[in-house]
Design a protein around this ligand. Structure first.
Ligand code: KIV
Length: 263
């Protein structure tokens, strides 16, 4: 695979094609995912749950994310490396810039931040300084206590309209990508069609420009409840490399997600 950049993903969108994304937390798995053709790797703050055993992403620190970013950056090959800004990095614009700087120095090529239209100023300042930003909307796990649990967002017309307007405002402010988590497939499609930037979905239906899953879910080793949008690709593969390849190929062919994975 040729080195993946933001321009690569923009071209994929323009061509009406799709790209695959997967979380990664260390060099070995990052290498395996890159070899399988996966275009974007995310050092997600999901590491708090799947690596550290917490019940949410809130305890994850900037140091934790920087450590895993350095590990993934050493193994990743040609994939684009996106990294999560942890809980409260968006407390002030000054802190946002400091924390994003630390992630970029650790090897991030794009940062992801949770928050609605109120994040516009912070995203504008990051973008001005050359930091590409992916804005995470819909179910934002850092707000799990405000949301009252890990629930589908944007089910009614008013909520859906607000998510679409938030996405437009953040792109207008400079966001280079949008990630939509756990929203109805119809909203995933509407946001993707309305924006010029690539939209990645997780539980957002089949029509977004990219798809992302947590690596442990792809390998079928997540403890506890399995969300509807998850598929265990290990069940159809002989080894980890095969499961990553199958996931990548199914995303590219729009075989995944199927209707049963959507809301
Ligand atoms: O932290 C993470 O892994 C994420 C994905 C679920 C998109 O944000």
């Amino acid at each position: 695979m040729k080195t993946v950049t933001l321009s690569t993903l923009q071209a994929v969108k323009r061509a009406g094609e799709t790209f695959s994304c997967l979380t990664a937390y260390d060099a070995t798995f990052a290498h395996a995912a890159g070899e399988a053709g996966i275009e974007v790797l995310l050092v997600g703050d999901s590491l708090g749950m799947v690596l550290q055993g917490h019940s949410s992403t809130l305890p994850v620190t900037l140091d934790d994310v920087c450590y895993h970013t350095r590990c993934v950056a050493r193994g990743k090959g040609a994939s684009l490396l996106m990294v999560d800004l942890p809980f409260m990095s968006n407390a002030t614009t000054a802190r946002l810039l400091e924390d994003a700087g630390a992630l970029m120095r650790a090897g991030a090529e794009m940062v992801k931040v949770e928050g609605e239209a109120w994040m516009a100023d912070g995203i504008r300042e990051l973008s001005r300084r050359g930091v590409p930003v992916c804005a995470h909307l819909g179910l934002t796990p850092q707000a799990v206590h405000r949301l009252g649990g890990y629930k589908v967002q944007g089910r009614d017309a008013e909520q859906a309209g607000r998510i679409l307007e938030d996405a437009r405002a953040l792109v207008e402010a400079g966001a280079s990508m949008i990630l939509l988590e756990c929203v109805p497939a119809s909203l995933g499609r509407a946001v993707t069609e309305a924006l010029e930037v690539p939209v990645i979905g997780i539980g957002a239906g089949a029509d977004t420009d990219g798809q992302i899953l947590v690596m442990h879910d792809v390998l079928g080793i997540t403890a506890g409840h399995t969300p509807r949008f998850v598929k265990n690709f290990m069940a159809e593969a002989d080894d980890i490399q095969g499961a990553f390849r199958r996931y990548h190929e199914d995303v590219k062919a729009r075989r995944f997600p199927a209707a049963e994975h959507a809301f």
